[in-house]
Design a protein around this ligand. Structure first.
Ligand code: PGA
Length: 252
């Protein structure tokens, strides 16, 4: 059965104290409730990983990071390796978020290197893809996503790909309040699943979790999640408010 996931991406928000106290309250909320239909993940900044990892020990809520280095260890001042992330108890890492592609010029080859390394360090990867506004307006969105997957993800072996969750995040919908319509999300998710099937076969495609991200909120989550190829969400802004995040998880 395909796994449903709702992952919160805190981005560069909250100092250490705020983050720990927020994680405590989110954790308590989900652990007091019957198991959610989706796996809940908190993707925190690096400085929170260790502390939030302690809070989430034996919890139903999983921990993730938002990026990792492209090298395993050594003289790379300021970098954090996949192995270091894994040692905090984290299970996931986001790779290829559009903010990393745009502001830090991370290209498909680099993202593939990071992804391979993260998997070999024992992490699961939430691999992001998605087109910018002009690409959608000029009807190039399918080609763009296809290239991102073929160059960034599909060099992975059939065994490695089992550690991947794909997140489709149209860049024009991230943090803008604009959301892809449920039909637009379904259309792209269906297309992505077809690409996975072409490369890795039917079973892999059926089992691949494909998340939607981009201004997902309590008011639109149920409709988007009701689509057959949408298996949950990657949530930015709304993951910083416990009630909103909880409502999105419950929308599954
Ligand atoms: P948003 O961000 O929910 O604030 O649009 C989603 C993301 O960037 O993962």
């Amino acid at each position: 059965m395909r796994k449903m996931i709702v992952a919160g991406n805190w981005k560069m928000n909250m100092n250490l104290e705020e983050g720990l106290s927020f994680a405590k309250s989110v954790n308590q909320y989900f652990n007091d409730k019957p198991a959610a239909k989706a796996e809940v993940i908190l993707c925190t900044p690096f400085i929170h990983l260790d502390g939030v990892g302690q809070i989430l020990k034996n919890s139903k809520v999983a921990l993730g990071a938002q990026n990792c280095a492209s090298e395993p260890s050594g003289a790379y001042t300021g970098e954090i390796s996949a192995g270091m992330i894994k040692s905090t108890g984290a299970k996931y890492v986001i790779i290829g978020h559009s903010e990393r592609r745009t502001y830090y010029h991370e290209d498909d080859a680099l993202l593939n290197k990071k992804t391979t390394l993260a998997i070999s360090s024992g992490l699961k990867v939430i691999f992001c893809c998605g087109e910018v506004k002009e690409e959608r307006e000029s009807a190039r969105h399918f080609d763009v996503v296809k290239r991102q997957l073929i160059d960034g993800l599909f060099p992975l072996s059939a065994t490695e790909i089992e550690n991947i969750v794909i997140a489709y995040e149209p860049v024009w919908a991230i943090g803008t309040g604009l959301t892809a319509s449920p039909e637009q999300a379904q259309e792209m998710h269906h297309y992505i699943r077809g690409l996975v099937q072409e490369k890795y076969g039917k079973q892999c495609a059926e089992e691949m979790t494909i998340l939607y991200g981009g201004s997902c909120k309590p008011s639109n989550a149920s409709e988007i999640f009701s689509k057959p190829d949408v298996d949950g969400g990657l949530i930015g802004g709304a993951s910083l408010k416990k009630e909103d995040f909880a409502a999105i998880v419950e929308a599954i």
